[in-house]
Design a protein. Sequence first.
Length: 274
Amino acid sequence: MRRFVEQWLANYHGTTYQSYHNTIEKFLAAVPLSIEQIQTSHVRNWLNRLDVADTTRVKHLNHLKAFFNYIVELDNPPIKRSPIPKQFKLPIPQQTLVERILSKDEVAALLDNELDQRNFLILTTLYKTGVRVSELCNLRWKHFIPRTDLGTYQLTVYGKGGKTRQITLPPVLAQLLQEFRGKAPASAPVFASASGRALAPAHIHRIVKRAAMRAELPQAEKVSPHWLRHAHATHALENHAPIALVQATLGHVSLETTSKYLHIRPSQSSGDFL
């Protein structure tokens, strides 16, 4: 079993690898059987026992499906069919994205209450660029490129699946980052710890959560860096940014992913016309 897992995970890297690895390790710890012994009931019972959100449970199921489908497609596979049939599905999770959208006033409070220069720039960069926390941690000053034609800078962002995109920075943020850089070399991380190493995602999560607590946001204990990405998309679309531009900035593969933000906080309902 371990050999098959290692072969499967070798096809992935970065956050995708970590997510798949997390699922399969948890499953193997709870279901210590050979691959031939695993049945649908083992998968169902494991998923039911998990104390996680419905969306996380669905994610784990999809990861396990991917793993067993990989096994079945091998030459001389140890099993002829996946223990998870195609018709095996979980209830569709409730759409809770609206609960994770910060208002413009809440974002302003988050920033206004952050007095540390580095942490203020972390929060501002997350919101103004919409980058993922892993992408923020991977930023180096060599990715901070002058755009003399626009009088600003752009970031080269290495996103999910090894895909690269360019994000033009608002001039004010670009200027603040340039001042913050000082004499840091091109290879240095944009956001570093006291030791000079790039901050880890867990550190960024703590910075965001502490800022939310200081700002006394209603759901401060739940606020994460990804909430600022949600806020970026929602506020940009509310201000009539072209949806294709928002898609390109966020690095969404599908326009459908971006379009969900169009309907998350409608400004009107048909009841207004009754």
